[in-house]
Design a protein around this ligand. Structure first.
Ligand SMILES: Nc1ncnc2c1ncn2[C@@H]1O[C@H](COP(=O)(O)OP(=O)(O)O)[C@@H](O)[C@H]1O
Ligand SMILES: [Mg+2]
Length: 355
């Protein structure tokens, strides 16, 4: 069902994305390192799950955000998550021959590297690749106490030596993921390794329209075209918001109520995300708000903060803007040759305006 709020698992539940799916499946076979990028709610986890389900290879997904939220992101936490692999394998159409090779036991005081090596051997013997995917991998920077560097060393070792393993990283905070992996810094473990990047973009207007239309059709609902058009005006082609709207509309059959409730629910989600940001500094909220209200040039943002008696040095403001870009909240564009900032997600923009 298209209007299901969880990430999709099966091919038939994933709307469109043929190109991305094919690219991802090819990348599993041809690359040792794959990045699936895109803003929140765009469908990265869905694409990853469906790709792993569709692939002939053996795939494992570890949710880095979940490990982070549980508090201690260390080797035993990752091992513990990997312990579930045997369970996953059952779901993964593993053939008899593969099961024969599956010897590892995560409770046997082994290190992650030992498990990776065993997985690599399993891959070799079964003639299938092992896809080790870390969802929202920017959180791995909280692994251990060296900014996740220990894991990077393991990944570099895997890349160089374990040729049957493909490492996949997804990230909503694209800049943070890049700065964690640090492929371009020769002092960092993964320096110089080649990564295939696949970016998941919002649906086009036509695809968004078809998406809502088909979602309603599945539920036997005939929504008027202008309701669908209006919803897309507000929500853009971000599948996560379209699913929210579709789900509520299917229940209420009332456009205004549905849009209103979608925004209300979005508001909760987005406020939580902003609260996370404010743990760093409360200036983030004000900078975002300034941009949402159209104070979108560096100088205007500075004025906006100044008028609210929020003191920020120039270098600090630049840093905040850089971080917001890295985290996928804003992007920089040129307008009449001048740099302006824009909130990427129109729902976020709308909610900030109203706050
Ligand atoms: N191509 C798609 N077809 C159907 N539903 C989708 C699609 N992409 C995303 N969704 C839905 O949108 C929401 C967000 O998707 P998710 O995969 O969790 O995004 P992300 O991991 O990028 O944050 C989920 O409810 C999911 O079911
Ligand atoms: Mg996700």
């Amino acid at each position: 069902m298209l209007f299901d709020l969880r990430p999709k698992e099966k091919r038939e539940e994933l709307f469109d994305r043929e190109k991305e799916l094919k690219e991802t499946l090819d990348a599993f076979d041809r690359y040792s390192l794959v990045l699936l990028l895109g803003i929140r709610r765009i469908g990265k986890s869905s694409l990853l799950r469906v790709a792993i389900n569709e692939s002939e290879n053996i795939g494992i997904i570890i949710d880095a955000r979940k490990l982070y939220l549980k508090g201690s992101l260390n080797e035993s936490a990752v091992l513990n998550e990997m312990g579930k692999i045997k369970g996953y394998f059952k779901k993964l159409k593993l053939r008899e021959v593969d099961l024969k090779f599956l010897k590892f036991d995560v409770n046997s005081n082994k290190h992650l590297v030992d498990i990776f090596e065993e997985l690599n051997r399993l891959g070799e013997k079964s003639g299938r690749r092992i896809i080790l995917a870390f969802d929202e991998a920017q959180y791995l920077r909280f692994y251990g106490n060296r900014g996740g560097r220990d894991l990077l060393v393991l990944f570099a070792y895997t890349y160089d030596n374990l040729e049957n393993i493909t490492l996949v990283f997804t990230g909503s905070e694209v800049g943070l993921l890049h700065s964690y992996l640090n492929l371009e810094n020769y002092e960092m473990p993964l320096y110089g390794r080649l990564a295939k990047e696949i970016t998941v973009e919002p649906f086009s207007r036509e695809v968004s329209f078809e998406f809502l239309r088909q979602g309603f059709r599945e539920l036997g609902i005939n929504a008027p075209d202008h309701h669908i058009e209006l919803a897309i005006d507000h929500l853009d082609g971000i599948p996560g918001w379209l699913v929210e709207f579709g789900t509520i509309y299917a229940e209420t059959r009332n456009f205004e109520i549905s849009l209103d409730q979608t925004f209300r629910r979005a508001k909760n989600t987005i406020h939580n995300e902003i609260r996370e940001l404010e743990k760093r500094s409360n200036k983030y909220r004000f900078v975002l708000k300034a941009i949402a209200l159209g104070w979108d040039r560096w100088k205007n943002i500075k004025e906006y903060l100044h008028a609210r008696k929020i003191r920020t040095s120039d270098s600090r403001l630049s840093e905040i803007l850089r971080n917001l870009e890295k985290m996928g909240w804003i992007k920089m564009e040129l307008r009449d040759g001048k740099k302006v900032y824009k909130i990427i997600d129109p729902v976020v923009e709308q909610i900030l305006k109203g706050d």
